[in-house]
Write a protein that binds this ligand. Structure first.
Ligand code: NAI
Ligand code: SOE
Length: 356
């Protein structure tokens, strides 16, 4: 486990649930790795990734560090013959992300990227019902991903610095999830984007000297390969919104709406009737029921998504077949290409084609 912050902890728990042993942990220093070791239930702390890979024969490396370190750590893991889970965004630019995907392919390792909202049962339910044609041809999609943890000028994080997080913060960090979910649920592809971005605080806290070089919010318009159009508002400065990912997809016969903060439910809207579907393993499609771990009325959530993502990744490692819907480096590289197009569009104020 590389990284001992929010994600290091979430991944460690998921690894354990999937039957893994966390044989080693690396942090920003040996002291920090040692301090976090009990909480991550890791067997040993190491000063660097190289030390860990030299000392232990690991099956899979989880890269849970700031974004600028993902590529280096991933390549080290692949060179050591390990499978990899690397956090999103895979890298700070599309070219590097593409090279990471190519390296994983060439080495024949399983390489997962945690677009974990795919693992909410009601997201799978929406995807399956869209596939079955229940809302007809998808023509329109909209939504948002809103947070407020960067609302104040005193709010600060390594993500603020483009060198560490990449040239797009709000979009790269959370807009990437939204676009992945849209493409996952619809099976369609965003082909072009028109974006506006806004940095409401030109300077922040102490991470950076000089002006902030990443955006707080993005407003996105897009068109898809199949001819749908849509929009999304992505923001880390929306007061009161904590982690509100809303995705609404409308077809010629109906609409599905999913809210990540209310993940037990999926709204269906039709001309004649509307209803709310509940996460009940007895009534879900088999594709969704697979991820419904407990009976209806016993809420599942964020950590469950990670548990299922890691379990599916480890299953792919164990039996060599990739489970349906597992987000891989190919998806991570695609997200990076969309992010590149968004950055260019916002800078030039024109529509930009997404590299397929
Ligand atoms: P964090 O700031 O909580 O933790 C980052 C950790 O990186 C630090 O605790 C430290 O242990 C480690 N680190 C820093 N420099 C290092 C170095 N040189 N060597 C080894 N370790 C080092 O960040 P957080 O929220 O855990 O994010 C980590 C990654 O996970 C980011 O890429 C982020 O985008 C992604 N993420 C993904 C989520 C998802 O839902 N898939 C949710 C949250 C974050
Ligand atoms: C912070 O914006 C963050 O932790 C992201 O990095 C995650 O990807 C998202 O799932 C939740 O918010």
């Amino acid at each position: 486990m590389i990284g001992t912050g929010f994600m290091g902890r979430v991944h460690s728990r998921a690894a354990e649930v999937a039957g893994g042993r966390v044989v080693g942990v690396v942090g920003s220093s040996l002291e920090r790795a040692e301090a976090a070791r009990p909480d991550l239930r890791a067997e040993k702390a190491f000063p660097t990734v190289t030390d860990l890979l030299d000392a232990v024969d690991v099956d899979v490396v989880h890269v849970c560090t700031p974004n600028d370190l993902h590529a280096e750590m991933t390549h080290a893991a692949i060179a050591a013959g390990a499978h990899v889970v690397c956090e999103k965004p895979l890298s700070t630019d599309a070219e590097t992300a593409g090279a990471m995907a190519a390296a994983a392919d060439a080495a024949g390792v399983v390489a997962g990227v945690p677009f974990v909202y795919r693992f909410h049962p009601m997201v799978r339910e929406a995807r399956e019902r869209v596939r079955r044609g229940e809302i007809g041809t998808v023509v329109l999609a909209h939504g948002s991903y809103l947070q407020d943890w960067m609302l104040l000028p005193s709010d600060d994080n390594w993500r603020v610095d483009a060198e560490r997080g990449g040239p797009t913060r709000a979009f790269g960090d959370i807009g990437s999830h939204w676009c992945d979910l849209l493409e996952f649920v619809t099976g369609d592809r965003i082909t072009k984007v028109s974006a506006q971005s806004s940095t409401i605080h030109p300077s922040r806290g102490s991470t950076l000297e000089g002006p902030v070089d990443t955006e707080d919010a993005v407003v996105l318009q897009f068109a898809t390969h199949a001819g749908a159009i849509g929009s999304a508002v992505i923001s880390q400065v929306s007061a009161g919104r904590k982690n509100r990912l809303l995705l609404e997809v409308s077809g010629t016969a109906g609409t599905f709406s999913f809210d990540q903060e209310n993940p037990e439910l999926l709204w269906y809207g039709g001309r004649e009737r509307s209803s709310v579907l509940v996460r009940d393993p007895d009534t879900l499609t088999p594709e969704a029921a697979r991820f419904a771990r407990v009976p209806a009325g016993h809420p599942q959530g964020y950590q469950d998504c990670f548990d299922h993502f890691v379990a599916d990744t480890y299953a792919a490692i164990d039996d060599g077949t990739v489970p349906d819907g597992l987000p891989t480096f190919a998806d991570g590289a695609r997200a990076a290409r969309i992010a590149d197009a968004v950055v260019t569009s916002a800078a030039k104020q024109v529509w930009i084609d997404v590299v397929p």
